[in-house]
Design a protein around this ligand. Structure first.
Ligand code: FAD
Length: 409
């Protein structure tokens, strides 16, 4: 039984990037913050390629220094290729965004660095404890600790940063049907791949397989290990009638570019998979709570937007929470939900047109203007709120319109 109710200004569920940045920002503004995380860190999670906007958000939260010290692989851009086409977007050729580089990170290390930094700034972090219930009227959170003890927390705001745990969407029936098709990712880490020698060895390479049937991510770390994942629809995977590891071997050895890159590489862990990861919610906030990161919307891995959106939402939610706790009026609909959905929807258009082929038409058009390339680079850098970018301003139909014009030329 619980002996007493503990009080915190803000209670954060989950110590991933969304929870860590929210915690760090709030403690630096003088609030008393509790973070409860059900796992032991370091822990593995998928999502290893970051965008320049992440660096800006971490810098604003005074967390970039901790990440820079950890010496992750520098990421200068993104390359896309199929058997006939190749296009590369260098982050430093954008619409003039403030940050133009990022990192490839093993998330077990990256997430650990972030939460340690939040803790060193003053957050009270408890690992191996799970949030099991939430009362929105009393604004009380129930936690089951490692030793089985049940604890009750009274708080002014709950920030749900529970990622794939989706704690409040489940407990409050907030889940909505995602708009994207059911897809799966099949992945592992390898050693000994042949990396590009033209200075783009730190870039993420995205290989399109077959007739846009699947795509492969190649994410290089600076210790010689590379993360390699295959993304396709559930139907495509099932059509092979193979186990995950066999499917991974088959695609990697039959795709011409991955065949070359991994000819003498060897796996360093078992092939894992995730299926049906896209998620959506009916509402991003309530009177006393707000959903951030993957506990809210998650689209698709193709443009590596997940951690950027997790940091963006964690950061904005923290700023608005601070304002509210200081007694100021906050319009959560306009300043949080509408704001986040504008950026998410720019990525949504990119994801949808990636899978229907229109975006690839635009990416691979040899005659596109430099301004278009820079505008694409800005989106691929995570700058999806910059209204000077017509992919942002004219979302959601600009990509398909552009593809049509290119095809008519
Ligand atoms: P998480 O990082 O998932 O952290 C949530 C934490 O909450 C976890 O540590 C969990 O243990 C904890 N938790 C859950 N339930 C409870 C509970 N009941 N009580 C207490 N704690 C709890 N993103 C990128 O930016 N780049 C990529 O290259 C990329 N690749 C991806 C590939 C695939 C196949 C997929 C599916 C996603 C990819 N993503 C990528 C997305 C990325 O994984 C997520 O967007 C990101 O991890 C979200 O961060 P978060 O802080 O919201 O949640």
């Amino acid at each position: 039984m619980n002996s007493s109710i503990q009080k915190f200004d803000v209670f954060i569920i989950g110590a991933g990037p969304a929870g860590s940045i929210a915690a760090a920002k709030l403690v630096q503004k003088g609030f008393c913050v509790k973070v409860v995380e059900r796992q032991v860190f370091p822990r593995f999670v998928i999502g290893e390629s970051l965008l320049p906007r992440c660096n800006e958000l971490l810098s604003e939260a005074n967390m970039l220094e901790a990440i820079e010290k950890a010496n992750f692989q520098f990421k200068g851009g993104v390359a896309f290729q199929d058997t006939e086409h190749f296009e590369i977007f260098h982050f430093n050729n954008n619409l003039g965004e403030p940050f133009n580089g990022s990192f490839q990170v093993k998330r077990e290390q990256f997430d650990h660095e972030l939460i340690k930094d939040a803790e060193s700034k003053g957050a009270d972090v408890e690992f191996e404890s799970e949030v099991i219930a939430y009362d929105p009227d009393l604004n009380q959170v129930t936690v089951k600790a490692k030793d089985g003890q049940i604890k009750i927390y009274q708080t002014k705001k709950v920030i749900d940063a529970s990622g794939y745990g989706r704690v409040l969407p489940r407990l409050l029936n907030l889940d909505a049907k995602p708009s994207l098709a059911l897809r799966r990712a099949t992945f592992c880490r390898v050693e000994g791949d042949v990396r590009p020698t033209d200075g783009t060895d730190g870039y993420i390479y995205v290989d399109i397989h077959g007739n846009n049937d699947a795509w492969v991510w190649n994410i290089p770390f600076n210790d010689g290990i590379t993360s390699v994942g295959i993304v396709c629809t559930e139907e495509y995977f099932q059509s092979f009638n193979m186990a995950e590891a066999e499917f991974w071997d088959h695609i990697i050895s039959t795709n011409p570019s991955t065949q070359k890159r991994y000819a003498s590489a060897h796996k360093i862990n078992e092939v894992g998979f995730l299926s049906g990861y896209s998620a959506a919610v009916k509402k991003l906030y309530g009177d006393n709570f707000v959903l951030v990161g993957n506990a809210s919307e998650f689209l698709d891995p193709v443009f590596s937007s997940g951690v950027t959106l997790a940091l963006e939402s964690g950061s904005v939610a923290a700023d608005l929470t601070a304002k509210e706790l200081q007694g100021k009026t906050v319009d959560w609909q306009t300043d949080y939900e509408d704001y986040m959905m504008r950026g998410i929807n720019v990525f949504r258009e990119f994801v949808e047109t990636w899978y229907n082929g229109d975006l690839q038409t635009v990416f691979f058009a040899g005659n596109k203007e430099e301004k278009i390339k820079q505008a694409i680079t800005s989106v691929l850098s995570g700058y999806v709120w910059n209204k000077d970018n017509f992919f942002v301003k004219k979302s959601p139909h600009v990509v398909s319109a552009l593809a049509q014009i290119i095809q008519l030329r």
